[in-house]
Design a protein around this ligand. Structure first.
Ligand SMILES: Cc1cc2nc3c(=O)[nH]c(=O)nc-3n(C[C@H](O)[C@H](O)[C@H](O)COP(=O)(O)OP(=O)(O)OC[C@H]3O[C@@H](n4cnc5c(N)ncnc54)[C@H](O)[C@@H]3O)c2cc1C
Length: 407
């Protein structure tokens, strides 16, 4: 089989790899994108799209379709003891900083579809069902061995390679980079469901209780929400042992909320990791997205940060490939994204500990939103770059989701 030659080899067709391909199309840079799955994710996964990501989408002409497909949450309501205790308008924070001063709720599957359609509309495509087997690099370029959809081995030669291949990243392993950090012991759950309650569908609702934390993100569709929450600290069940009815009971008892949960379409349990690489690049190879950083879901930042990594990397690759800048420009990718990842881990760890711990009530005087000072940064308003978080068993999510999908 003939060798494929390209400028940039992209491994992984999640939101990060698809975004990198879209950006390279903008700059007229050739790429080959290989993805081992047969299409983009069918699972809702990430739900929050932040201001900076929408600014990036706007440059691709995708902000308007994304907003039309999604639901806008322009405020955060804090609930304690079953009562609304405070409300924060996200627009008040970001009004002078971004035209998208709100949090857009749009499932990861729909973000990936939008990005993929952009690629297709420019007569490019992803090599689906194609898997990276190994790769090597020297001073002149990178050589990747892939297994094609037909099961054959093929060689791709590129000037550069980007590992957008998720938390378990074969590229990161191949480069011998470390992925240091920690795993939180507390069990989290996530569910996409219909909720019948008194509260309006226009805000992110956060319910604070002594032992648990629960967040309700409005999703497209009537009364549909993404519910993310913690179990009490002493909970030590295996994922298969928990049913979502238990969660409904917990919300009613702990958060004192009067609600009915039904039509659960996705339900999963996980532990949260907080990890990052020691370096975002080695030679001609780069990491972006979850391959470089994972963290708690508290700030809804994983997908957003991957898209922003790709944005940072793409224009630098374009300048260097076109001979308009020296190769040392590429060093600034690591110099900028590594501290960004560290800040992301620090802030999401802090938010997570606050959310998962029992300190909410002490730090939350009624009618006082001082406990939410970190929220603006967490939602990417006023930040030109955002940061990373991880869900522990993320690699197993699709399988678990499939096992526990209720329709
Ligand atoms: C329940 C849940 C809720 C979340 N909520 C949010 C949120 O609200 N906001 C947010 O920003 N983020 C959120 N996230 C995080 C978000 O889903 C991830 O950060 C995001 O998927 C990372 O994108 P990625 O492209 O870097 O990696 P991935 O999406 O993991 O994509 C990596 C791709 O690489 C492919 N791959 C791996 N190895 C190979 C190989 N050898 N050859 C070819 N292909 C390969 C994989 O098949 C995969 O498609 C959430 C995640 C979950 C699970």
């Amino acid at each position: 089989m003939s060798t494929l030659n390209t400028d940039v080899i992209i491994i992984g067709g999640g939101p990060t790899g698809l975004s990198l391909a879209c950006q390279l199309i903008r700059y007229g840079i050739d790429f080959v994108l290989v993805e081992k799955n047969d299409t983009f994710t069918p699972f809702s996964k990430a739900i929050g799209v932040q201001a900076r990501t929408l600014e990036i989408y706007d440059q691709l002409g995708l902000a308007t379709p994304a907003i039309e497909l999604g639901t806008i949450a322009n405020r955060v309501r804090l609930i304690e003891g079953g009562e609304v205790r405070g409300e924060m308008h996200l627009a008040n924070f970001g009004r002078d900083m971004s035209q998208f001063a709100f949090l857009l709720m749009l499932e990861q599957s729909k973000n990936e579809e939008l990005l993929y359609n952009f690629i297709k509309s420019h007569n490019r495509d992803v090599l689906w069902k194609t898997e990276l087997e190994n790769f090597s690099q020297d001073a002149s370029g990178v050589t990747a061995q892939i297994k094609t959809a037909a099961g054959e081995s093929q060689t791709i030669k590129g000037m550069y390679l980007a590992g957008c291949d998720g938390a378990s990243s074969p590229v990161r392993h191949g480069l011998g980079l470390t992925f240091g950090g920690s795993t939180f012991e507390r069990l989290f759950y996530v569910a996409d469901a219909r909720i019948d309650w008194e509260l309006p569908h226009d805000a992110l609702h956060v319910a604070l209780a002594r032992e648990v934390f629960t967040a309700f993100f409005p999703m497209p569709g009537e009364d549909r929400y993404r519910i993310v929450g913690t179990f009490p600290e002493d909970k030590d069940e295996e994922p298969g042992e928990v049913v979502y009815q238990e969660i409904e009971q917990q919300i009613k008892e702990q958060a004192k909320l009067s609600l009915e949960i039904s039509d659960v379409r996705w339900f999963s349990l996980y532990k949260v990791h907080s990890r990052r690489v020691n370096k975002f690049s080695k030679g001609r190879c780069f990491l972006a997205g979850d391959s470089a950083h994972i963290h708690s879901p508290v700030g809804a930042q994983g997908m957003n940060t991957g898209i922003q990594d790709a944005y940072n990397l793409a224009w630098k690759l374009a300048f260097v490939v076109k001979g308009m800048a020296d190769q040392t420009l590429l060093d600034t990718y690591n110099e900028e994204r590594l501290p960004n990842a560290q800040r992301l881990l620090d802030s999401t760890d802090r938010m997570f500990e606050l959310a998962a711990g029992s300190s909410w009530l002490m730090s939350f005087p009624h009618d006082d939103l001082s406990a939410c000072r970190g929220v603006r940064g967490e939602f990417g308003i006023g930040e030109q770059a955002s940061v990373p978080v991880d869900l522990a068993d993320r690699d197993q999510l699709p399988q678990r989701c499939a096992e526990r999908t209720h329709r």
